[in-house]
Design a protein around this ligand. Structure first.
Ligand code: NAG
Ligand code: NAG
Ligand code: NAG
Ligand code: NAG
Ligand code: NAG
Ligand code: NAG
Length: 394
């Protein structure tokens, strides 16, 4: 997608200066491994490991299709930590501790995001509101996922669902930036991005809409709240002003140990995304879920989290695509949605220089006119001839 507005010289300067500022920001060294320590491609799913080394810490990003697709982020306070997998135990999916990040004492934070189910409902009255008239859900743990396709620090998994495909594209970044295509989320070296695409699924009704069920397990803090931030700046995601941040309630002592899932409240009905194909998405409130049930669904959750962690710290929510009156899935047979998963605090969009300049001009111009008017009136009053101008008409 080409830029929507063409910046003039002054804006260009501002943009260049922010680009320079960005490139000096925090970066990590990335290395990617597929199925670390396994001699052959394991049956039943792939495990992608991206090791992202910072100045004083390491972020391990694991993406796995053993069971429901799962993204696990583990941050350690050292630059030498490593992932070790006991493959026979990992594949049998019945014990915790078969995937370890060592040394365990260096772990600062960890969190998993599980894509557990895809739900479809018949929106007979075109309300896009609960209670939903649900079809039997697609359990994503039962989907036969393709082998992970790697490209750089990105991996893609696809599964056949309803004679179409569900694909998850996970990307890890060395530094700050944005994708070329909308929603152009701001990512950092502390976050990874997942794009979910529902392509050519055979809808079970003419008025079908979809929900995606997500579950998280926070190793340090549960992700138990979603905050919606509003912005007046839609420079990077036209017409979308709301960002949802799924984090721990903001009463935790240190932000270093937290994790987040963030998304703009938009999905797109075509690829590549275009403005006219944008469709708002909404989410339900996070609800406590059974961590044990989550460990049944996700091989990575089972393998990494200790049994006692699996109990208390799981939360889930549904993201629903489309609002009342909008085209149904059938209209384009495509849907994409993008989220960012990271550690620390969620990145916030600073005012883009372009919008800042527009606001400055918008507020500044009337002020200048007012001032000039004031000066003009003042000068008129002061000038000797002015008195005659206001003499009463006889
Ligand atoms: C890394 O550690 C060094 C020495 O302890 C410290 O000076 C530096 O600020 C740290 N860097 C970051 C990014 O935390
Ligand atoms: C896990 O499963 C394997 C085989 O799939 C079995 O040999 C082992 O005893 C099981 N372990 C536990 C703790 O259930
Ligand atoms: C649709 O509307 C009809 C009539 O108002 C109502 O009886 C029915 O329960 C609605 N169906 C759903 C799924 O909301
Ligand atoms: C990412 O994490 C590192 C290490 O904790 C921290 O120094 C840096 O400020 C973080 N960067 C962002 C953009 O949050
Ligand atoms: C929409 O779905 C219904 C039911 O599956 C199907 O009969 C119909 O042909 C579909 N319409 C389009 C435009 O694909
Ligand atoms: C998602 O929605 C379905 C249907 O309304 C519901 O059964 C399920 O519990 C929801 N999941 C979560 C995590 O709230």
């Amino acid at each position: 997608m080409a830029a929507r507005r063409t910046p003039c010289a002054a804006f260009l300067f501002l943009q260049i200066s922010t680009t320079l500022w960005m490139s000096s920001a925090f970066t990590r060294n990335l290395s990617v491994e597929l199925n670390p320590g396994s001699s052959a491609p394991p049956p039943g799913g792939d495990l992608v490991h991206v090791r992202a080394v910072g100045d004083n810490d390491t972020l391990h990003i694991l993406f796995c299709s053993l069971g429901a697709p799962t993204l696990l982020l583990v941050r350690t306070a050292v630059t030498s930590s490593a992932v070790s997998v006991d493959w026979p135990r990992f594949l049998s999916r019945n014990t915790s501790g078969s995937l370890r990040v060592e040394p365990a004492s260096s772990i600062v934070s960890s969190a998993a995001l599980v894509f557990s189910r895809l739900l479809e409902y018949d929106d007979v009255n075109n309300t896009a509101e609960a209670p939903f008239d649900l079809f039997p859900p697609y359990q994503l743990q039962d989907v036969a996922w393709s082998r992970a396709e790697l490209s750089g620090a990105a991996a893609r998994l696809c599964g056949a669902v309803a004679r179409g495909s569900v694909c998850l594209q996970m990307s890890v970044f060395a530094g700050e930036g944005r994708d070329q295509s909308w929603p152009r989320l701001l990512h950092t070296a502390n976050s990874s991005q997942v794009v979910v695409r529902l392509d050519s699924l055979t809808a079970r009704s003419q008025r079908s809409r979809f929900l995606l069920e997500l579950q998280t397990l926070g190793g340090t803090h549960p992700l138990d709240a979603v905050q919606v931030r509003r912005s007046i700046d839609d420079e990077f995601t036209p017409s979308i002003f709301k960002v949802s941040e799924w984090t721990s309630r903001p009463n935790r002592s240190s932000d270093d140990t937290g994790a987040f899932v963030l998304w703009k409240q938009v999905s797109y009905r075509r690829s590549p995304p275009a403005l006219e194909d944008a469709s708002p998405c909404r989410h339900s409130d996070p609800r406590r879920r059974s961590g044990r049930a989550l460990a049944e669904v996700s091989g990575l959750v089972r393998a990494f989290f200790a049994d006692e962690d699996q109990g208390e710290r799981a939360f889930g929510l549904n993201v629903s695509f489309g609002l009342a009156g909008e085209p149904f899935y059938n209209a384009t047979k495509f849907l994409s949605w993008t989220a960012l998963v990271g550690v620390g605090l969620p990145p916030t969009d600073a005012f883009s220089p372009l919008v800042a300049a527009i606001v400055a001009v918008g507020l500044g111009a009337p002020l200048v006119i007012l001032l000039m008017g004031g000066v003009y009136v003042y000068l008129r009053k002061m000038s000797p001839g002015s008195a005659s101008g206001y003499e009463p008409i006889n």
